[in-house]
Design a protein around this ligand. Structure first.
Ligand code: MN
Length: 197
């Protein structure tokens, strides 16, 4: 049984970038529903011994009758858990040390990385996520649709939810403003820890 992770900070901790009501609904309703629906699907296969990470990395390891449910709800659980972590208040406001060096090696500069990430987030049509991935060929920016994870391409170290439920109360249709505000609340120390793991 998977459990909704406790939010490690107050719902209003990210204001004004992300408002408390959005955080509360996002965590207690949206993320919670992904966890419940994931558990419900997995109950059909009580002897399944594959970890969520393995399942999302290779969906063919998931029994066919629950594959779509795991993809959507397991993905939803994985993605949101990472999202809450990298938003933990405090920490470095820009990448430092070996992570900054890796960003410069892969993108040329932090500014160029930021531009590429923002473009990925703004141009993802409909619902989805923007990502910074650690791959065997260096760092990479990508985006996915719905709750798809990028685990088959690399290890996600930074995630941005661009579903309307993540910003609509405060930003309505202004996704670019939300994306810009997101950069003011990233905890780059947490991202660096994930990079080093
Ligand atoms: Mn979401």
């Amino acid at each position: 049984m998977y459990k909704l992770p406790k939010m490690p900070y107050a719902y209003n901790a990210l204001e004004p970038a992300i408002d408390a009501k959005t955080m509360e609904i996002h965590h207690t309703k949206h993320h919670n529903a992904y966890v419940n629906n994931l558990n419900q699907a997995l109950q059909k296969h009580p002897n399944l011994k594959v970890s969520l990470n393995e399942m999302l990395t290779d969906l063919t390891t998931v029994p066919e009758d629950i594959r779509t449910a795991v993809r959507n709800n397991g993905g939803g659980h994985y993605n949101h858990s990472l999202f809450w972590e990298i938003l933990t208040p405090g920490g470095a406001k820009e990448p430092k040390g070996e992570l900054l060096k890796a960003i410069e090696d892969s993108f040329g500069s932090y500014q160029e990385f930021k531009t590429q990430f923002e473009t990925a987030a703004k141009t993802r049509f409909g619902s989805g996520w923007a990502w910074l991935l650690q791959t065997k060929d260096g760092l990479k920016v990508t985006s996915t649709a719905n709750q798809d994870t990028p685990l088959n391409e690399g290890k996600p170290i930074l995630a941005l939810d661009v579903w309307e439920h993540a910003y609509y109360l405060n930003y309505q249709n202004r996704r670019p403003d939300y994306v810009e505000a997101f950069f003011s609340v990233i905890n780059w120390d947490v991202v660096l820890e994930k990079f080093k793991q």
